[in-house]
Design a protein around this ligand. Sequence first.
Ligand code: G4P
Length: 536
Amino acid sequence: MDQISKPASNSAASPIALEVARRRTFAIISHPDAGKTTLTEKLLLFGGAIQLAGQVRAKKDRRSTRSDWMAIERERGISVATSVMTFEFGGHVFNLLDTPGHEDFSEDTYRTLTAVDAAVMVIDAAKGIEARTRKLLEVCRLRDIPIITFINKMDRESRDPFELLDEIEKTLALDTTPMTWPVGRGRDFVGTMDVATGGMRLLDGDEGKTGPLRQMSMAEIAALNITLDEGALEEELTLVREGCNPFDLDSFLEGHLTPVFFGSALRNFGVGDLLEGLGRYAPPPRAQQADARRVEAEEPRMTAFVFKIQANMDPNHRDRIAFARLCSGKLQRGMKAKLVRTGKPMSLATPQFFFAQDRQLAEEAYAGDVVGIPNHGNLRIGDTLTEGEEINFVGVPSFAPEILRRVKLPDAMKAKKLKQALQEMAEEGVVQVFRPTDGSPALVGVVGPLQLDVLKNRLEAEYGLEVGFDMSEFQLARWVSSEDPKRVDEFAAGNRLSTAEDLDGDLVFLSPSAFMIGYTGDRWPGIVFTDVKDVK
Ligand code: G4P
């Protein structure tokens, strides 16, 4: 597990430590429609990236149906550019990593969460916690990622805020501290009060603002709307102050408590407070765990890991962009790095930064930053780059697929080409490929059916391969491990017809049912089946 590194004190800090201290690398997690896209646009506006608003929305709208999605994926420029958005505000450098909206791409989303230090959880005030939010939060939990909550759509009819806080506490086992409190509900929502100071921000007049709050008496607040009653307001705010948990930075940084902001992304209301909260409370880049040791963000030598690969614009050249998160040191354009998996040196000639629609050569980058590294397929998800040190970052996960299919290739002459193509698609994280131990044709595994469409489409467009998919006798795949490596070999030898190797050569048990997994587990003491694997 990663350790939280507390905000470093700036006195006598090295230039690297100063750069690290002002970085905030985060993602937004939410259920579709809660307002992630709208909030992203508004956050970017604070960073001065005025034209971006349209860009983020254009991408989302064009992704809304399957066929549109395929078209947009072909124009990969936009999706590459919006994978990470960097902006500056209030002296901080924010790196916002996009988590793909479509639920089929949850695997990509999960991996993205391995590259952030904090997450903003957006909740629709009328709906509360929804399924996907819960799932994504579980992933954040695995890595103790601190969560800041934004309860959105306060301009509409919403649920009682106490009830919403209670739901977060009960269903997510996360303590809450309201940092702002909504005054009035639904159509009568007039603004939010800063719980600590009692200062007000008004929906009409203070939209999009940060900084100083209005100091108003309870009577003045009550006079804003006929539905507000001074006594009832007073009572509610006393309840908030006395009944809710006080904010505790350590508990937040450990992932046990979430500060909660109320607002309306659409009205650009409360977004500034959220952003200031991110700058103030979210941790700077944390230490990252590698196999041999823990790597501190302020260390002078550059280290990074790849958490996402995206095919670039020109399919004929098999160009890919590897998204690498810097973990320590300073990346300088033109420097040589070592790709630890192969031991080979790699020149970082054209690392790139992304400013939504813009890309720029990254002359230098620091821990917490994400750079895109164009390459011809030599970088894989989970790869570690260093200045020579022999370490591998751990914790970029692979998830057991929920759908398994055999690839059907009508033209048998092209089997070798298919093998190569599947290898490349697996390295890119488009699908997982399992090669059965008995030598039968490869199986592909995906988390959602859209991934199969993408695979079929890309095999045709980029490799000239027409394929179909056959149902497989196997429904589930589980990684096989044991404290005793010999036991894994014995298991492989005893189950030749229902085992396979994944991309890294690790053993996978293929099963027709969950029952069979339990049954086989009982028959093979010492063998452990897992549905998540750390990519090395
Ligand atoms: P997502 O990325 O999480 O899927 O959500 P998105 O931002 O696209 O928001 C989903 C819908 O909710 C959009 O409406 C958006 O305008 C609306 N919305 C977002 N934030 C707020 C808010 O604070 N208040 C209100 N009232 N609505 C909000 P839509 O009709 O689906 O799309 P559009 O036609 O407005 O673009």
